[in-house]
Design a protein around this ligand. Structure first.
Ligand code: HEM
Ligand code: HEM
Length: 541
């Protein structure tokens, strides 16, 4: 450390902090971290910044929200509800909306911010999946990510259940139904959660503790671990000239990335503020207080809960049956099975892929989705599976809009539930393989120029242009996952599990396009040269 004393105020403050906290090593080390630039790496940042906005706006709301279900008569400024019996929670949310200065704006910021937060983290997750960024050494960070999805959904659900309006009451009624459908423990569990027969008097206060304390604390802890992992593992990068498995090409955190990130935070802040100032979200004063009788048509949960609601709408009633007089309500608790199943698949996917391919290596260069047709096809199948359920939550609205029968809509959603992912898988895989073939063609024969030439012997040809080296690199320097046959273990035996793995590996990876080899490239250049000099190339053009 320098022995000269700082003279400026900032210098003195920095010196004071440094001698007490000693953070300069951290700042120096972290500041020198290199962060690669690509628009898709912005999605994690959008999730982070919208989370900060949700925390800030949520803190404001806690000053005015009353998490209690005591009954009272509304006497506030919203005339249509005057004199109506409502809960204290609903009353305080109406007060935030109409009586607290800036309250409606902040409530809307909180809700729009929450919607953007879950949307950003979902799209960020798809980016990570389709580029294979979850592979070793980032599998654990993927698991932290899946936990973040679950906690994000929990935060949203506990949040929009707080105001105790008609919509949130209906959501809670569904949860009550799901809990009650659990065999043996269901009824007891429901009484325990709601503090008696639904809706009870305790639920809002309990959701409040979860929503403003436990869930945010878990989210903050998980995001902290997530970001430490991003720093420890270093960021991945897309294939490109100069990018290798051993380096990171990009900009240092200090000052470039930090300045960009800071600016970006304010852009997100501005965007959420603008949307919140212009567009109404969750107008609870129109819905009225919760009452089980007037469930309104067209009721929709927040978008990220839609898939669970949609599944419940399409599941057939005959899945409820009796065993020895006990009701088994698979028509309701299968929602838990499907949601749990999807999350279980997400948790194990990185390990499944590395087991299937016998690939234990570290990967820091991302895959272009087309170069891993199987993974991309599995991802698309998953997205179709999810989106179909999500769309089913709006089945009634779609039926009215297209003047179709609601029953027909349900049958369509049921068919797509099973067939959609399979068809999506097959089409995506064919598309990826076709794109890979196109890449091969361009790598070997250059780019089409639409420039027609006539050869001395009369033949017409389109002139192709060789790619610049960095583009050629992108099209040729990749690995294509390939079928790995069964191998004996240390004792020289091929286990049943290994045979099963090999069969799956064959199913998934036998059909593939191999990357262009050096020899092929050289041969194609040779052919091009011979055509350019008047000869008749076999491959060229
Ligand atoms: C609260 C939600 C989340 C926040 C704030 C967040 C934040 C971030 C940030 C800022 C990065 C670095 C920039 C980038 O690659 O976009 C990152 C990387 C990463 N995130 Fe997230 N993330 C969240 C949720 C998720 C989810 C849901 C998953 C997956 C299930 C996930 C998996 C990953 C992985 C594997 C990386 C490393 C990617 C790489 O190096 O290419 N994250 N995250
Ligand atoms: C990522 C985390 C969070 C999400 C996704 C989320 C989401 C939501 C949603 C959708 C609502 C309903 C808003 C409405 O009435 O239209 C809500 C309400 C509320 N949230 Fe959050 N929230 C989060 C974190 C927080 C935090 C950290 C706090 C407090 C520090 C908080 C405090 C509140 C309060 C007091 C309400 C009730 C007031 C009202 O409904 O207007 N939230 N939250």
């Amino acid at each position: 450390m320098s022995t000269t004393q700082p003279t400026t105020t900032v210098g003195k403050a920095a010196n004071f902090t440094e001698t007490r906290v000693g953070a300069s090593v951290l700042v120096r080390e972290f500041g020198r971290k290199i962060f690669p630039s690509h628009w898709s790496f912005m999605l994690g940042e959008v999730a982070l910044y919208s989370f900060v906005i949700v925390i800030l706006s949520g803190t404001f709301l806690t000053f005015f929200f009353t998490p209690a279900m005591g009954e009272m008569h509304y006497e506030g400024p919203w005339a249509p509800l005057r004199g109506v019996e409502i809960s204290e929670a609903y009353n305080s949310t109406l007060a935030i909306s109409f009586e607290i200065r800036g309250g409606l704006f902040i409530r809307q910021m909180h809700h729009w911010g929450a919607l953007l937060f879950v949307a950003a983290l979902s799209i960020h997750m798809l980016r990570v999946f389709f580029t294979g960024a979850f592979r070793r050494p980032r599998e654990l960070n993927w698991i932290v990510g899946v936990l973040l999805v679950i906690m994000g959904m929990a935060a949203g659900f506990t949040g929009y259940s707080l105001p105790d309006d008609l919509l949130s009451g209906n959501g809670l009624r569904i949860i009550d139904g799901i809990v009650k459908s659990l065999p043996l423990v269901g009824t007891y569990l429901s009484f325990f959660i709601f503090g008696g027969e639904f809706p009870g008097t305790d639920i809002v206060a309990r959701l409040y503790s979860l929503h403003i304390m436990i869930v945010p604390a878990l989210l903050i802890a998980l995001i902290g671990i997530h970001l430490v992992f991003v720093v420890v593992h270093k960021h991945t990068q897309y294939p490109g000239a100069g990018n290798t498995e051993k380096n990171v090409v990009g900009e240092p955190v200090m000052p470039t990335f930090a300045a960009k990130g800071g600016g970006f935070f304010f852009l997100i802040f501005g965007l959420i503020s603008l949307i919140s100032a212009l567009f109404t979200i969750n107008p609870i004063w129109n819905y009225g207080p919760y009452d089980p009788s007037p469930v309104s048509a067209g009721t929709q949960p927040d978008w990220y809960i839609g898939w669970a609601d949609g599944f419940l709408r399409i599941v057939p009633g005959w899945l409820e049956f009796y065993i020895a007089g006990w009701p088994i309500s698979l028509n309701i608790n299968s929602a838990v099975i499907v949601m749990g199943g999807l999350f279980a698949v997400m948790f194990v996917y990185p390990f499944f892929e590395s087991w299937l391919l016998k690939d234990k290596r570290e990967h820091h260069i991302l895959d272009r989705p087309r170069n891993n047709p199987t993974r991309t096809a599995i991802g698309v199948a998953g997205v179709i599976f999810y989106c179909n359920m999500w769309a089913a939550a709006s089945g009634d609205i779609i039926a009215v809009f297209f003047q179709m029968s609601l029953n027909d809509m349900i049958y369509i959603f049921r068919a797509v539930f099973f067939l959609g992912p399979i068809i999506g898988y097959l089409i995506t895989k064919r598309m990826c393989i076709a794109l890979q073939r196109k890449d091969r063609e361009i790598a070997l024969h250059g780019r089409e120029t639409a420039n027609i030439i006539r050869l001395p012997h009369g033949e017409f040809l389109e002139r192709h242009e060789a790619l610049p080296p960095h583009k050629l690199w992108k099209l040729t320097a990749f690995e294509s996952p390939t079928y790995t046959p069964a191998e004996p273990n240390a004792e020289g035996k091929i286990t049943g599990l290994e045979k099963f793995r090999a069969r799956l590996s064959k199913f998934f990876f036998e059909d593939r396009v191999a990357p262009v080899t050096k020899q092929e490239l050289e041969a194609s250049h040779h052919d091009h040269d011979s055509v350019e000099s008047g000869g008749q190339g076999q491959l060229g053009y």
